[in-house]
Design a protein around this ligand. Structure first.
Ligand SMILES: Nc1ncnc2c1ncn2[C@@H]1O[C@H](COP(=O)(O)OP(=O)(O)O)[C@@H](O)[C@H]1O
Ligand SMILES: [Mg+2]
Length: 461
C-alpha cells in the first residue's frame, strides 16, 4: 500500500506542480498585460474632444517592431484604430465584441499565439478601448523553458526523493517494530510450564503498549488459574492421606490375614499414587534459584543407600560406577534425588530377579540408570514421559507419574532426560545436567521458591 501511495504521489506531485506553474505563468502574463494597459491609459489624454497619446521613450521601445514581443492598439467604440504600435494599424482583437469591463482575450487563428487584455477608458461620453497583447511565441525564453522542460528535467527528481522517503520510512517502521518483534519472541516461550514470562514494555510504541499491557494482564489471570488448579491437585492428594492412614490402622486390626494382606497391597499402591500426585504437584509449583547446585555423586549414593534394602528384598541389586569425585551441577539435591529414585525404582521393577541395576555418574554431568528388563519399544518412547501413562496398568505399581516427574525435575534443573535401549536389551535412562563450577560454599545455596508445602509429603531420601 505504501509503494502504491508513493507511486501515486510520484505522479501526482509533478503533474500538479506543472499545472500550478502553467497557471502561475498565465496569471503573471495577465497581470503584466493589465499593468501595461493601465500605463498606456495613463498617457492617453483628450484635448478638445480629440484623443492624444504621448508614450515615453522606454514604452515606445517596448512596443517597437524590433522587439516584436508586445503590441498595443487604442480602438474607438466604432472599431476604428486611433493609435497602434503596428504600421498595419489594426485592432488586435477585431472579432471580440466591446464590453464595459476589462477583459482577457486571445486573437483568433492564425494569430492564436497572441494573447492579451482590453480595457475601456471613458472621457466624457467618449469611450476608447486600449488593447495590449504579447506574442507568446516570443515570450520570455526563461519562463518558456521552465514550463516546457519541467516534466522531463525537473519532475523526475520527485521520484528518487520519494523512493528515498520510502526507504527511510521502511527503516523507521522496522526500527519502531523491533521491540514488538522482541516481545513476540518472548511470547513464544510462554507455555503452561512458563507462565511467569511477561512481555516487556520497554521501547514498545505507545500505540501498541495497551495491547502488551492487556496481554500481560491476561497472562496474570491465566497464571493465577493455573496455580489454583495445581494447588487443587496438591490439596486433593493431601486430603487423601488422612483417610489412607485411618484405613491402614483399620486393616491392621483385621484378624484374618487372608483378607488383610491383599487389602494392604492395594493400600500400598494407593499410597504410592497419592505420594506421586503430591510429588508431581510439588515439582510443578517449584522454581529453583540460579545459585543452587548439587553433587550428583553424593545424591546418587544417598538414593542408592535408601533403595538398596528394597532391591535386595526383591532379589535385585544396584551398582554405582563412574566418577569418584563430586560432580557439581545446577539444581537442588533433594529434588534431583527424587528423579534418581523414580528411575531406580522403575529399573528395579523391570529388571529380572538376580540382575543388577546400574547407575553410572559421569564427570560431564550425565547420569545413566540402566536395567536388564524388556527395554522401551520405539512406539512407546513418545508416551513414556506423559502423565498417567503406564504400559501395563495391572503390573505397574504407580500412577504413571514417575517419569513425568523426572522430566519436570530435569526441566527445573535446566537439563534433559532421554531413554535408549541397551544392545543386549534393557532400558537405559540418561539424565543430562548442567555442570557448574565446584561450590565455594554449599550451605544456604538451596532456595526452593514457589508453593512449598511443609507437609513432609515426599518420602525421605
Ligand atoms: N526401566 C524400565 N523398563 C521398561 N519399562 C519402563 C521402565 N521404566 C518405566 N517403564 C514404563 O514406563 C511406564 C511409566 O513409568 P512411570 O512414569 O515411572 O510410571 P509407573 O512407574 O507409575 O508405571 C511404566 O508403566 C513402564 O511401562
Ligand atoms: Mg515409576
Amino acid at each position: 500500500m505504501h509503494v502504491v501511495a508513493v507511486g501515486t504521489i510520484a505522479l501526482f506531485v509533478p503533474l500538479s506542480l506543472y499545472l500550478l506553474l502553467v497557471a502561475e505563468t498565465s496569471s503573471l502574463h495577465r497581470e503584466a498585460m493589465r499593468e501595461q494597459a493601465d500605463r498606456i491609459a495613463s498617457h492617453l489624454v483628450t484635448t478638445g474632444g480629440r484623443w492624444r497619446l504621448d508614450l515615453p521613450k522606454d514604452m515606445r521601445d517596448l512596443y517597437s517592431e524590433a522587439l516584436g514581443r508586445y503590441i498595443y492598439a487604442v480602438v474607438g467604440d466604432d472599431g476604428t484604430v486611433l493609435f497602434s504600435s503596428r504600421y498595419a494599424a489594426q485592432a488586435i482583437f477585431p472579432d471580440a465584441p466591446f464590453t464595459s469591463k476589462p477583459e482577457f482575450l486571445q486573437a483568433e487563428p492564425p494569430h492564436s499565439n497572441i494573447s492579451g487584455t482590453r480595457i475601456p477608458r471613458t472621457e466624457g461620453d467618449h469611450t476608447v478601448y486600449i488593447e495590449v497583447a504579447e506574442n507568446l511565441s516570443h515570450r520570455d525564453v526563461l519562463i518558456d523553458d521552465i514550463v516546457s522542460n519541467f516534466i522531463p528535467r525537473v519532475a523526475w527528481i520527485t521520484l528518487p526523493i520519494l523512493l528515498l522517503l520510502l526507504g527511510v520510512e521502511t527503516h523507521v517502521v522496522r526500527r519502531v517494530f523491533r521491540p514488538v518483534q522482541e516481545a513476540s519472541e518472548r511470547a513464544r516461550q510462554i507455555s503452561p510450564r512458563r507462565t511467569d514470562i511477561r512481555l516487556s514494555l520497554q521501547d514498545i510504541p505507545s500505540e501498541i503498549a495497551p495491547l502488551v499491557v492487556a496481554v500481560n494482564e491476561a497472562l496474570d489471570r491465566l497464571e493465577q488459574g493455573f496455580r489454583v488448579q495445581r494447588e487443587f491437585t496438591a490439596d486433593a492428594a493431601h486430603e487423601l492421606r488422612t483417610p489412607i492412614t485411618i484405613l491402614r490402622t483399620r486393616i491392621d486390626t483385621l484378624v484374618d490375614d487372608r483378607v488383610a494382606e491383599p487389602l494392604r497391597r492395594d493400600l500400598e499402591t494407593m499410597t504410592r499414587v497419592v505420594t506421586q500426585l503430591l510429588e508431581m504437584a510439588e515439582v510443578e509449583n517449584m522454581a529453583l534459584g540460579d545459585s543452587e547446585r548439587a553433587d550428583l555423586l553424593a545424591v546418587a549414593a544417598d538414593v542408592i543407600a535408601f533403595l538398596v534394602p528394597l532391591a535386595i528384598a526383591e532379589g535385585r541389586s544396584i551398582a554405582l560406577s563412574g566418577v569418584e569425585e563430586p560432580v557439581w551441577v545446577a539444581g537442588h539435591a533433594e529434588v534431583i534425588g527424587r528423579a534418581f529414585r523414580n528411575l531406580i525404582e522403575n529399573a528395579i521393577r523391570h529388571t529380572p530377579a538376580g540382575t543388577v541395576v546400574e547407575v553410572i555418574v559421569e564427570a560431564d554431568g550425565t547420569v545413566h540408570v540402566c536395567d536388564e528388563g524388556p527395554g522401551i519399544a520405539d512406539a512407546e518412547r513418545e508416551f513414556l514421559f506423559r502423565r498417567f501413562w503406564r504400559r501395563d496398568r495391572k503390573r505397574s505399581g504407580g500412577a504413571g507419574l514417575g517419569l513425568s516427574i523426572v522430566r519436570r525435575i530435569m526441566e527445573l534443573s535446566g537439563g534433559s532426560v532421554t531413554v535408549a535401549n541397551r544392545t543386549d536389551g534393557g532400558a537405559c535412562f540418561t539424565l543430562r545436567f548442567r555442570v557448574v563450577p565446584a561450590a565455594a560454599d554449599q550451605d544456604g545455596a538451596a532456595v526452593v521458591q514457589a508453593a512449598e508445602r511443609d507437609d513432609g509429603a515426599a518420602p525421605a531420601s
